[in-house]
Design a protein around this ligand. Structure first.
Ligand SMILES: [Zn+2]
Length: 154
């Protein structure tokens, strides 16, 4: 679970396939309770929040960097998260955190993506939660390439 200051980090983690909760409008108390109830690890930039003794030991991680890519590196290193999904695969929806599935029948997304994208023959991925459609070659794919490089080079 990412705190309100870590929206970009939350989106990055989702793209990499990690189940990441993020609420924009939530009080510290509600955030802690939700993390506790759902058995989540709290990622926070807030030293005060990190010091609260609500969550079990080791279930809070204080993120140090201001830069989202560096933050991602901190989290991945600390929790020894596995390698990112293979080329051409995206993990979870950046909006609602639900897993994405490759679209089998291309025709089913015809009306949901721009004409030139549909005609380009790209693979499509659809969110199992909100229905949002993703495709290769978008800014997301560039992000994934950057991330693979960052994680490899350390
Ligand atoms: Zn979604």
């Amino acid at each position: 679970m990412a705190d309100v200051m870590l929206g970009r980090l939350a989106r990055y983690l989702r793209l990499l396939g990690h189940d990441t909760a993020y609420e924009r409008d939530i009080t510290d108390a509600a955030l802690l309770l939700l993390a506790l109830k759902e058995g989540r690890i709290l990622l926070t930039r807030d030293t005060g929040l990190a010091a609260r003794k609500v969550l079990p030991r080791g279930r809070t991680f204080l993120v140090l960097s201001d830069d989202p890519a560096r933050q991602l590196k901190e989290v991945i290193d600390h929790f020894s998260l596995g390698p990112p999904p293979p080329e051409g695969l995206i993990g979870r929806c950046t909006v609602c955190n639900s897993p994405l599935a490759r679209v089998g029948v291309r025709q089913s997304v015809r009306d949901l993506v721009p004409e030139h994208v549909f005609l380009s023959g790209k693979d499509f991925f659809r969110c199992s939660g909100c229905g949002r459609v993703y495709w290769e070659g978008s800014h997301i794919e560039r992000f994934m390439k950057d991330m693979r490089r960052l994680l490899k080079d350390g």
